[in-house]
Design a protein around this ligand. Sequence first.
Ligand code: SF4
Ligand code: MG
Length: 319
Amino acid sequence: KNLKKYFSEKGNLLRKSQNKIKAVDNISFQVKRGETFSIVGESGCGKSTTGLCLLRLTEPTSGEVIFNGKDILAISNKKEMLDYRRNIQIIFQDPYSSLNPKHTVKQILSEPFIINQTVSKDEIEERVISLLKLVGLDTYHLNRYPHEFSGGQRQRIGIARALALNPQLIICDEPVSALDVSIQSQILNLLRTLQQKLNLTYIFISHDLSVVERISDRVAVMYLGKIVELGTREQIFNDPKHPYTKALLSSVPIADPKMKKLKNRIVLEGDLPSPNNPPKGCYFYSRCPVKMEKCKEIYPTVQQVSELHQVSCHLVSLE
Ligand code: SF4
Ligand code: MG
């Protein structure tokens, strides 16, 4: 709720005189248990920073992160934080750099149990084996090292590690972006199967709309640190309202040229404005093909267009 993460230009310390980079600029959303909530946008829009803020792997500048009714930004004691982190796990884009190359799979998957001391030593191997099975890997892999696996297998190990402590929520940060398309499908299917089996909730971060369309229940579109549109998958993909969402959708390759997505095609021109000096009015102004005079001066407030669908654009308030 009202989450902000500002950086100073030189690094993490914010000094008054310096320009602030508004990586996450006052965003609010709710995620329901058991759903896949996606955050989509171009690189640098603040989606990964949002994920890190939710885990407090980076400390938000302000706002609230409420999990099961508790504001986790107010937690100051280590044990409570450890409990929270057990419930929320993260899967990264590049499984290779997030797995210690000097550790075997067995060591990698044992680590969460050792750190959290949730199971006895004798039980650990048993748990590691069941984790491997859960993600579709054979147990003879136990004593192998990350470099001996394919990209898809490594991501399975990353997923197994995230599942070790029975989390409720998993933040998936571009989990299939480094993989071939055919392997992407397998991993997305695995994520979906695990979600049903273990009643998991996902926050799925991606720049890839075709992936987001396959996995999401609801989608938030981010641009320059702000959520510009939020809705169900159907609303975002079949009835997008924000010019930026429309532009993103029209840049997705489409197999069937007659598909309606090609209508009202918008091509994005120009670069993202710098987040340390966002425009005064609508942040999308410099690239928007349907901008109006007032867009330059006034940032559009969030409009509720239907029950689950909200948009920040002056055009929508005119409808
Ligand atoms: Fe375009 Fe104006 Fe809407 Fe911004 S508010 S997206 S500039 S029409
Ligand atoms: Mg990122």
